[in-house]
Design a protein around this ligand. Structure first.
Ligand SMILES: [Fe+2]
Ligand SMILES: [Fe+2]
Length: 240
């Protein structure tokens, strides 16, 4: 995996997208995003893979001193979501992992160098003028411990692997279609578990009425988030 330059863009009030395009041998272009909420208690959603830690750390440092981080949050346990968790904990002495209760119980209580704060479904954490709410979404698209966060002041759904788009991941935010490109990507590499609960879980996410979908791979998307989530639910129902 080779990287080019990491960029940082403020895509909503106090919410930054840290973006690293990569070239993966045999698979073409791809990208990894982390989202940083700047507040009294700064929160990073996704750590990035362990091998990208130096470049992501440098990029975050353009926005605020790394030592100020208080929460290192993530959707589920995979290397791009939380592979550099311990590196962040070492760099930010007051930070702790923040994740769903299944991730904390099954993995992070053991893997992480400091104990996690485990969130129940629907539980909120106030960061200052921002707040995040944890939403359990087991097996959507994959992993028992999977879940998402809604940043309530900007109505940003930190939607992890949902709507994964291949390629370099430009622009930072788009209002153009991302469902088509993400379905194109899924044709080559279907990362969905096809849980029978997908429709129910998508409706639960849609009910939060997000105005911004902060994708982990590719561009973030501004628009009627509930509508686009329901479209994804329709597509999945046809293909399941
Ligand atoms: Fe994943
Ligand atoms: Fe991911």
């Amino acid at each position: 995996m080779s990287t080019s330059s990491t960029t940082v863009d403020e895509i909503a009030d106090g919410l930054f997208r840290i973006h690293t395009p990569v070239a993966i041998e045999g698979a073409g272009g791809f990208s990894f995003n982390q989202y940083l909420v700047v507040d009294e208690e700064p929160l990073l959603f996704h750590t990035g893979p362990r091998k990208l830690f130096p470049v992501v750390r440098e990029a975050l440092g353009r926005v605020l001193p790394v030592e100020r981080l208080r929460h290192v949050a993530f959707s589920h346990v995979e290397s791009d979501e939380c592979g550099s968790l311990n590196e962040w904990l070492a760099a930010a002495p007051r930070a702790a992992p923040l994740c769903g209760s299944v991730a904390a119980l099954v993995s992070i209580g053991d893997l992480a160098d400091r104990p996690p704060r485990a969130l129940a479904d629907g539980e909120s954490v106030r960061l200052g003028r921002h707040a995040v709410q944890w939403l359990d979404a087991p097996h959507l698209p994959h992993a028992w411990e999977c879940g998402y966060m809604l940043e309530t002041s900007t109505r940003t759904l930190l939607c992890g692997d949902l709507f994964t788009q291949g390629g370099a991941g430009d622009p930072p935010v788009t209002e153009s279609d991302i469902l088509g490109p993400s379905e194109e990507f899924r044709k080559q590499l279907d990362y969905f578990s096809h849980t029978p609960d997908a429709r129910v879980l998508i409706e639960k996410l849609a009910a939060t009425r997000p105005a911004l979908l902060a994708c982990m791979h590719g561009s973030a998307w501004r628009g009627d988030g509930a509508g686009l989530l329901r479209e994804l639910g329709e597509v999945l129902a046809r293909r399941c």
